[in-house]
Design a binder for this molecule. Structure first.
Ligand code: DP6
Length: 346
């Protein structure tokens, strides 16, 4: 018998960024973060996990057709946690097949460029963890799975939920209170849209993991960001979402993106994620908002030059139209928000 389960997980784009670890092994952050989950129709990772007593050799993972190294500590931490939960079930119910002892075969594909700063590790680890949890019939809650996915990649814990998602940094040394939670479902603000502009699909220069470790070690601005700036913004952002206050949502989003990239520039050696096209996108949003007399569009950038622009459906013509006119040569997606996760065992 070959046991098999498939799932998909969405991409999330932070509006309050995670940048800095207080524990690099458990992936525990120095600040809380908040993200928006995008629709899986446009951006997602699809993953199938299978196992069998007839499989031999080590666990394997294929991503977009290429074999990946699974010996790294992060993937191993996820496999170990999931196998541990399955082994508990098998001990409690000895008639269950001993799936925890079988080699895993994982096949994963993204419908967007990997490592282009498009949060592929987030949807990737979220899908990996949920596919194996489904295979093992764990019936764990998204919160419980978020703890495991976080060890694969911090931002992955937020991709276990739809809509608006917070990752509370927590204070426990073992990470037991460093969890993702839903702030609001996508249906709370159905007019929200995201425009993803692929400025460059090339692999990013400095990985998030390396970049944030260097920032924590060298940046003088970093402490203010983690201790003062972000805690205040988390509360303001939750209020802006609760009240569907787009102007406040947009201003906080843009300021937090800029604060994060300022901290990157303040790192030694400096880290540059934005390029001239990214800066053109920032200017375009500033022009659109100045002409509207309030913020009707918000830009944000992760660890790469690609822009994500948030706006409301009623301003789609203005915002997406202006981008088409001025930066129409760029590839990308205009997408809605993702409400819930797709795909159970099958
Ligand atoms: C800029 O989650 O990729 O996208 O935990 O080391 O895997 P690791 O980092 P990762 O960092 C994401 C950084 C960010 C901001 C964010 O998504 O919050």
């Amino acid at each position: 018998t070959i046991y098999r389960a498939s799932t998909t997980a969405p991409v999330n784009i932070a509006v309050i960024k995670y940048w800095g670890k207080r524990d690099a092994k458990l992936n525990l952050p120095t600040n809380s973060s908040l993200s928006v989950t995008l629709s899986q129709d446009d951006l997602r990772t699809h993953t199938t996990a299978s196992c069998s007593s007839t499989f031999s050799g080590p666990d394997t993972l294929l991503l977009n057709g290429s074999p990946q190294d699974v010996s790294g500590a992060r993937t191993q931490a996820c496999f170990k946690a999931l196998r541990g939960l399955r082994a508990e079930l098998e001990t409690a119910n000895p008639s269950l097949p001993k799936l925890s002892t079988y080699p895993l075969r994982i096949v994963s594909s993204n419908n967007f460029p990997t490592a282009a700063g498009l949060a592929s590790s987030a949807s990737g680890f979220a899908a990996l963890v949920r596919a194996i949890a489904n295979l093992y019939e764990l019936h764990s809650s998204p919160t419980a799975l978020s703890q495991i996915a976080r060890q694969g990649s911090g931002s992955a814990c937020r991709s276990l939920f739809g809509g608006y998602v917070a990752w509370d940094q927590g204070s426990a040394a073992d990470g037991s209170d460093s969890l993702a939670r839903e702030v609001a479902p996508a249906s709370h603000w159905p007019e929200m849209r995201a425009l993803v502009l692929v400025v460059s699909a090339a692999k990013k220069g400095v990985s998030s993991t390396t970049g944030m470790q260097t920032t924590v070690a060298t940046s003088a601005l970093f402490r203010a960001r983690a201790e003062d700036v972000v805690p205040k913004r988390m509360a303001e952002m939750e209020r802006a979402i609760a009240e569907r206050d787009f102007d406040a949502f947009a201003r906080l989003t843009m300021r937090d993106s800029n604060n994060f990239h300022a901290v990157c520039l303040d790192t030694e050696p400096p880290i540059f994620y934005l390029n001239d096209v990214s800066r053109a996108a920032i200017r375009l949003v500033e022009c659109i908002n100045a002409a509207a007399g309030k913020a009707v569009a918000a830009y944000t950038f992760d660890a790469g030059p690609n822009a994500v622009i948030y706006f409301l459906e009623q301003n789609a013509g203005l915002v997406a139209g202006t981008f088409k006119t001025f930066l129409g040569h760029l590839d990308g997606w205009q997408t809605e928000l993702g409400n819930k996760l797709a795909g159970q065992a099958g």
